[in-house]
Design a protein around this ligand. Structure first.
Ligand code: ATP
Length: 287
């Protein structure tokens, strides 16, 4: 038996003439953090909606935790958490009330909303109306709400978008903690720095197709160019920048000549970013 938490098998979705998702296949293992990276309109949300049963694929099959999503959506819903649309929060209710309502819907007894709020850094703010929350606070409440039923798979959309660096790190901490406890985390994002920090593997999606899928490290190793950024001081005292691409046959000679003949002031090494590699694959950036 296949023990993948998520199996997308040749998923296709069309909005009238537009094929938004075009034969997408991948598997995500239990406890893995998997990111879907792509620009606006790439087909990320549409894919997630098929995985969570919100949209029915035109072709292909989504299987979560061994369950065919199209056949048993409610069985799947009980075991997943989804933080997608901030608009789905009840603004006129407090944070605690929002969470309690969700716990009731899942039939959870002895639910501790305060503990969950503390976990996402909203302790002490739970009694305020959500309409008073900042965007970042709503974002955290969404994540808390997605965790109410202790899901085995967590779907998060741009979880740190609009958050300050400290809050972003809190959220990344929660993602890592969940994954360490065996929860599978599926992220959709156009933030490649974010994806690089938390993901075990990333899939690049463009125009409804997966164009690359691997660990961030392997993608960078395989497709990225490492470089040295060198600053030299010219005879007139001005600084000049040189980029030296590493791993080429002529690289050692270029470096040797530079150090032998010039006054080198600074040297920095630079690794390719996921965005550089995405551009190589698609000819376009992530934003
Ligand atoms: P974003 O990062 O902006 O959320 P995305 O990668 O999630 O983008 P999707 O929302 O899946 O992309 O959209 C994929 C394509 O399908 C886009 O061309 C979009 O315009 C189109 N699309 C999405 N929803 C609908 C809809 N309800 N009706 C018609 N077309 C749609």
């Amino acid at each position: 038996m296949n023990d993948s938490s998520i199996i997308a098998d040749q998923l296709v979705y069309r909005y009238k003439e537009l094929t938004a998702v075009d034969h997408i296949s991948f598997e995500v293992a239990r406890g893995e953090v998997f990111s879907f990276l792509g620009p606006n309109g790439a087909g990320k949300s549409t894919t997630v909606k098929m995985l969570t049963g919100e949209l029915r694929p035109a072709q292909g099959k989504a299987t979560l935790l061994g369950i065919d999503v199209s056949k048993q959506p409610s069985k799947v819903h009980a075991q997943i958490g989804v933080a997608f649309e901030i608009a789905n929060l009840y603004e006129e209710m407090s944070g605690i009330e929002n969470l309690n309502l969700f716990a009731q819907l899942f039939g959870i007894k002895h639910f501790d909303a305060n503990a969950l709020l503390a976990r996402v850094g909203l302790d002490g703010r739970g009694k305020e109306h959500v309409s008073n929350y900042s965007k970042g606070m709503k974002q955290r409440l969404m994540i808390a709400r997605a965790l109410v039923n202790k899901p085995r798979i967590l779907f998060l959309d741009e979880p740190t978008d609009g958050l300050d660096p400290v809050s972003s790190e809190t959220i990344r901490g929660i993602i890592r903690e969940e994954a360490n406890n065996g929860t599978t985390v599926f992220l959709t994002t156009h933030n490649m720095v974010e994806a690089d920090k938390v993901s075990n593997r990333v899939a690049f999606i463009n125009k409804g197709k997966i164009v690359a899928l691997d660990t961030p490290h392997k993608l960078k190793q395989q497709y990225g160019k490492r470089a040295l950024k060198v600053e030299i001081e010219c005879p007139d005292g001005t600084l000049e920048r040189h980029d030296i691409v590493l791993d080429q046959t002529e690289t050692p000679q270029v470096i040797h000549d530079l150090f032998a003949n010039q006054r080198v002031v600074t040297v920095h090494s630079e690794e390719a970013t996921l965005e550089d590699i995405f551009i190589q694959f698609t000819g376009r950036g992530l934003t």
